[in-house]
Design a protein around this ligand. Structure first.
Ligand code: 6PG
Length: 250
C-alpha cells in the first residue's frame, strides 16, 4: 500500500480481517519499504520485532519473497531477551527459524544482539555496532527504513516497559533494561531510535490487545498513557496494522 503523501507524524491505522491477513499486509509493507529503500539508498535497514505476532510475517517473507535482494537487506532487532541465541525465548532464534535461515542473506548483514554477554555489555556492544554501521557522529541517530514493533497488553513496545528506566534514555541507542515482572534484563532500542525511523510499523493481533489499542488511539495527543503511545517518528510514518479482533473497540 503506497504511503499517503501527508502521512508524516499522523498515526495511520489499517484494519484487516484476521491474523493471516495481518501477516500478508505486513509482508507486503516490508517489501514496499524495501523497494523504496533500494531505490533511495541501495540498501534496506530494518529492525525486526520479537514476540509471536511477527512469526507468520517472517515465514511469509521466506516462502513468498525469497526473490528480494536479500544481500542488500540489513537486519537488526528492536529488542532482545537476555538469553542465549538458541534459547526458546530468543527473538533472534525466532527470526532465524522463520526467516533468516531460509533466505539468501549474508551472515554479516544480520546484527544479532549478543545477549550471551552480561546485559550491559550486550547493550553497549549493540550500541557500538549500530553507530559503526550507520557511521554516526556523536549525538546523531540512525534512520532505519523500517522498524517493526509489537505491543503488549501493558502498552510496552520493544522492551520499553511501563515504569522501567529505559523509558527515560535519550542518549544511548540501545540499553539494558531491568524488567521487574520478568526478573530479568532485556536489551532494547530507545525511544529516540524508534522516533528517528522513516517508518514504525506496529503489528497488533487478537482480542487481548483490543483494550490497550483503544486506550492508545483514544487518549489525547501528547498524553502518553503507555510506552507504545510515545512512538511518534519525527520525520517518518507511523503505521498501525491490526486485525479485527484487536481493533474491535476502535
Ligand atoms: C518481545 C517484543 C515485544 C512484543 C510484544 C507483543 O521481545 O517480546 O519485542 O515488544 O512485540 O510483547 O508480543 P506478541 O506479538 O507475542 O503479542
Amino acid at each position: 500500500m503506497p504511503a499517503p503523501a501527508n502521512s508524516v507524524n499522523k498515526p495511520e491505522l489499517v484494519v484487516v480481517n484476521d491474523a493471516m491477513a495481518l501477516a500478508r499486509a505486513a509482508a507486503q509493507e516490508f517489501c514496499r519499504c524495501a523497494m523504496e529503500a533500494f531505490a533511495a539508498s541501495g540498501r534496506f535497514c530494518v529492525a525486526l520485532a520479537g514476540g509471536n505476532t511477527p512469526r507468520t510475517v517472517y515465514s511469509l517473507l521466506a516462502e513468498e519473497h525469497r526473490d528480494l535482494a536479500w544481500d542488500k537487506i540489513f537486519i537488526f532487532f528492536s529488542d532482545e531477551r537476555h538469553v542465549l541465541p538458541d534459547h526458546p525465548d530468543s527473538n533472534y532464534r525466532m527470526a532465524n527459524e522463520t526467516l533468516l535461515s531460509r533466505v539468501p542473506i549474508p551472515e554479516y548483514n544480520i546484527f544479532r544482539v549478543r545477549a550471551e554477554l552480561a546485559a550491559t555489555l550486550a547493550a553497549d556492544d549493540y550500541d557500538r555496532r549500530l553507530r559503526e554501521f550507520f557511521k554516526l557522529s556523536s549525538g546523531a541517530w540512525p534512520r532505519f527504513d523500517l522498524i517493526l514493533l509489537g505491543i503488549g497488553e501493558d502498552g510496552h513496545t520493544a522492551s520499553l516497559f511501563p515504569g522501567t528506566s529505559a523509558l527515560r534514555e535519550q542518549s544511548q541507542l540501545a540499553v539494558a533494561n531491568w524488567v521487574e515482572k520478568f526478573q530479568s534484563y532485556r536489551i532494547t532500542f530507545t525511544f529516540p531510535v524508534l522516533n528517528h525511523a522513516a517508518e514504525d510499523l506496529f503489528l497488533v493481533s487478537g482480542e487481548s490487545k483490543s483494550q490497550v489499542l483503544q486506550e492508545i488511539f483514544n487518549s489525547p495527543p501528547g498524553q502518553a498513557a503507555y510506552p507504545a503511545h510515545t512512538v511518534c517518528p519525527q520525520d517518518g510514518r507511523l503505521l498501525w496494522m491490526a486485525d479485527k479482533a484487536a481493533a474491535h473497540l476502535l
